[in-house]
Structure formats: C-alpha cells, structure tokens
Design a protein around this ligand. Structure first.
Ligand code: F6P
Length: 505
C-alpha cells in the first residue's frame, strides 16, 4: 500500500465523534471559526459545526504531505503546467496579480486594454450604449451572470443581459429588453468554437441588422483566448479582448471574460473584485495548513466524501443577491473534480467531487430542507450570508433572513428527540457558515477565490487534475454527428427519439 492509500484507509476507519461531543471540548469555536479581514470587509468562516477534529486533521495533513500538496500549490502559483493532460498552466491567480511575473504583466496589459474599452463606452465614444447582450456559456457566462446579479441590484452603468442557452427563448427574452440602436453584443468564448455561442451570435447579428443597424459587426466585442478565430468570424481586431490560454474557462471571469462585469459596475469595481480574490490567494498561499481556511474547508469536504459516505454537498445563499452562486459553484466543483482517474491516468478508486447543489434561503427551507433534517442522506451544508442588507426595506426582513440562516445550522446540529419518530430530528448534521460583513465586489471576489482554491486542495489530495474537462466532449461530438448526419446510426432509443422529433424528415 502506498503512503496515501494507507492514510485514506486510516481516514475511512477513523471514529468521528458527534458534533455535540466535539463541542463539549473547550476551544472548538476559536479553533474552527476564523474571521479574516479582507478588502471588502471581514468574512467569518465558521467550520465548527463540521466533524473536523484533530485526529482527522492529522491524517489529512499527512495526506497533504504524501500527495505533495505544498509543491502542487507552488506549481499552481508559479505558472507551471499543473493541467498536465493539456500541458498547460492554470493561471487565474495571475489575473489577480499573483503568479509568474510574465503572466502577471501580461494580465495587467490585457486588463488595461479592457479598461480602455470599458471607459470608452462609458464616455459615449462608441455612441449611445444602454445595454449589452453578453453571449457565452458555462465558464464564459456563469461568472459574469453571478457578479452582475450580485453587484448591480441598485442599477448598472450599462444594463447587461447574459444569454447562454442555445434555446432561442433565451436570446429572444434579451432582445425584448433591448433596443438594437443602443445595444452592443459581447461574444465570450475561450475557444471561439462553441456551437451555442456562435449560433446565438449569428442570431444577434441578424437582430441588429433587422433593427436597422448597418454595421452590425461594429457592435460586437469578442472576449476570447483565440483572437484569430474571433477576427476570422468577423469581429474587428480592435474589438477583441484576448486572455491567456492558461486561464481555464471556469476560472476566467477574472480575465477579459469579466468585461461585462466591468461595464456594469465600472472598472474600479472590477479592480476591487480582483483585489478581494488576491487577498484570499495570499491567505491560501502563505498561511500554515492548521490555520488556512481554504485547506480547512477542503479537509472537511474530504471527510464527508471519503470517510462518511456523503455523495452530495449543498450550498444555500441566504442573500437574494447571491442566488446564482450555487450554479456557479456547481460548475466549479463538478467540472473540476468530477473525474474518475488520477493525473497519471490510473483509476481514482474512490469518490471524487460531491454532487454540488443548493439554492437560496429562506426559499429552500420551504422546499428541500425536510430531507436535510430528517432524510436518510447525510448532506454537509454551506450557508452564506451577509450582515448588511442589500435593500432599504424594514430591517425586519434581514433580521428574519439571518435568524433563519443561523437557526438551520443550529437545528441540523442539535436535532430534537421525540417519542414520535416522524417528529424526531436526529441532529449531528454538519454545516459551515460564511458570514460576510458586506456584499461588494471585493467580498464577492474573495468568496469565489476561496471556493476555487478549496476545489484545488481536494484535487491535490485526491491526485486528480482539476483543470481539464474531457467529460463534456463525447456528448458534444454526438450532437454534431446528429446535426450533420441526420438521425441514423445510433441506438434504437435515440433513433426513435430523433425520428419523433422530426430529424431526417
Ligand atoms: O463544454 C464545457 C466548456 O468547455 C466549459 O469548460 C466552458 O466554460 C464552456 O464549455 C464554454 O467554452 P468556451 O468559453 O470555449 O465557449
């Protein structure tokens, strides 16, 4: 047995005291709840209501050593090719100013180019621009959609409508909210080959032309790591905002993919977003494992997936402005760590990423929390809340929102005995809570960077590459085959479905 295999075995066979027993020991809160002073204001990271404890941390710390975690983290920040299957670095931190010197310099220069275009639009140099339709999918859409929804509740400098789905209903909905005469189109695609994005792009050009815009291409901005493809497609090269190949799609909102964020909140706000993330980068890079909040969160995640049989992890934003955070985190976790082989191509032989899901509190309480409290699954839950409300209504709204958030964590942990089985709550159910003072660009940046690195730590200990995503390719290839070759040559069920939908008629 390798060192790592023996350590995983020790974790699997380790005893995990109940949360109540863990809390009976003194000092638990001080040890597992940490408030970090960050550029956007403090964030409290409370992992005390998880089953983390010294013996588990010792094993996981040894696993980190056995799996070369510190070296892998160094390689990540130094811009070495940690994405081994694609022979690439993963340089999202360089976008935030922390990374290989040449990559940081390049990112700064590209941000300057982006700033110039943002400022030009704000100053009216590109005509009267009231709205932007941002077309992209996956990592080219989820980040901008989250950030813009979170940060522009009080209004945006330019209204941004993010469209991802190939279903024309999505694009049509955006058209209804925009006037072709005052709308620009951003085409966000790292590869500039994604069918959904290019198809939506062509329809957006048609819409502009039909709306009386003579130079429709003149309204298009491309955000891409393949600038030559964007130019070939027809975008003027002065309107192409490139970013480095070494920035992964689901890690790309810090690059020019963040253009719509900067357009909506201003470039200064975007710079604050980067600074918030950079503060977490430094914490992750420089803080010893025992006090490193990112490592701690990943250790808890590994306890649940590897030792306690949890197949899912839920995240609930107790803040309407963060409604899109669960779907953002879904891609981050599941596309990064949903893998079945290690970096050397051998079977992983253990669970990888938990299925990540979630929603918004208090809505989710009235829909899915029954299962969390009394179902047969053990599901670790993250709660994310913000102290300062995002609205001007009676403070009672926020008081009820936050009291519900904290009540859920308490109830999951404490449970409640009853002679009536249907009314009994087993308790001992884990949760972690992140409480930010304020939701602003820097806080959002910090929260996202925290999750990026959390996913990285799990991958490092599992020995998988979190930066590729070959799993999405097969379905895309078959869809293409169907589109180009009609509905034949598949299994009987698929052929019948295609025939029923009118393919090949
Ligand atoms: O199909 C998955 C994926 O490659 C994601 O990883 C990516 O974020 C998304 O598609 C969009 O890709 P692109 O930015 O190249 O259009």
């Amino acid at each position: 047995m390798t060192d790592a295999a023996a350590l995983w075995k020790s974790l699997e066979t380790l005893e995990f005291p109940t949360l109540a027993a863990l809390f009976a020991a003194s000092g638990r809160l001080d040890r597992y709840a940490t408030t970090l002073d960050l550029p956007g204001g403090p964030i409290r990271f409370d992992w005390s209501k998880t089953h983390l404890h010294q013996a588990a941390e010792t094993i996981l710390g040894d696993l980190a050593t056995a799996q070369g975690f510190a070296e892998k983290r160094r390689q990540l920040f130094d811009g070495e090719p940690v994405n081994n299957t694609e022979g690439r670095a993963a340089e999202h931190t360089a976008q935030r100013g922390i990374g290989a010197a040449a990559s940081v310099v390049e990112a700064e220069a590209l941000h300057e180019r982006m700033k110039a275009l943002v400022d030009a639009i704000h100053e009216g140099l590109l005509g009267d621009v009231k709205s932007l339709i941002h077309i992209g999918i996956g990592g080219s859409a989820l980040g901008p959609a989250l950030a813009i929804d979170a940060l522009t509740r009080d209004g945006a400098r330019v209204a941004v409508h993010v469209v991802s789905n190939i279903d024309g209903c999505a694009l049509e909905a955006a058209f209804k909210l925009c006037d072709p005469a005052t709308t620009m189109i951003a085409l966000a695609s790292k590869t500039f080959t994604t069918t959904e994005t290019l198809t939506n792009a062509a329809s957006a050009l048609d819409w502009l032309r039909q709306g009386g815009v003579d130079d429709a291409y003149g309204r298009v901005i491309a955000l891409t790591a393949a600038p030559e493809k964007a130019v070939e497609w027809g975008v003027d090269d002065t309107r192409v905002l490139p970013f480095a190949q070494s920035v992964g799609g689901r890690y790309s909102l810090w690059s020019s993919i963040g253009f719509p964020i900067a357009l909506a909140i201003g470039f200064d706000g975007f710079a604050e977003f980067l600074a918030g993330a950079a503060a977490i980068d430094l914490h992750f890079l420089e803080t010893p494992i025992e006090r490193n909040i990112v490592v701690r969160a990943a250790f808890a995640d590994l306890i649940y997936t590897q030792a306690l049989g949890c197949q899912t992890r839920a995240v609930f934003a107790y803040d309407e402005r963060l409604s899109l955070l669960p779907s953002y985190l879904q891609q981050l976790e599941m596309e990064s760590n949903g893998k079945r082989v290690t970096t050397d191509g051998r079977p992983l032989g253990r669970p990888s990423a938990p299925v990540t899901w979630g929603g918004v509190g208090t809505d989710a309480q009235h829909a899915v929390f029954q299962l969390l409290h009394q179902g047969t699954h053990l599901i670790p839950v993250d709660f994310i809340a913000v102290k300062i409300p995002g609205h001007d209504l009676d403070p009672v709204h926020h008081q009820i929102l936050l009291s519900n958030c904290f009540a859920q964590g308490a109830a999951l942990m404490a449970g409640k005995a009853s002679d009536d089985g249907a009314r009994a709550y087993p308790g001992n159910r884990p949760s972690a809570t992140m409480l930010a003072e304020d939701l602003n660009p820097a806080t959002l940046g910090a929260l996202i960077a925290f999750h990026e690195h959390r996913v990285f730590v799990s991958a490092a200990l599992l020995g998988i590459n979190p930066f590729d995503q070959f799993g999405v390719e097969l379905g895309k290839a078959i869809a293409k085959q169907i589109d180009t070759g009609g509905g034949k040559g598949f299994d009987a069920s698929t052929e019948a479905l295609l025939a029923a939908a009118g393919f090949g008629e």
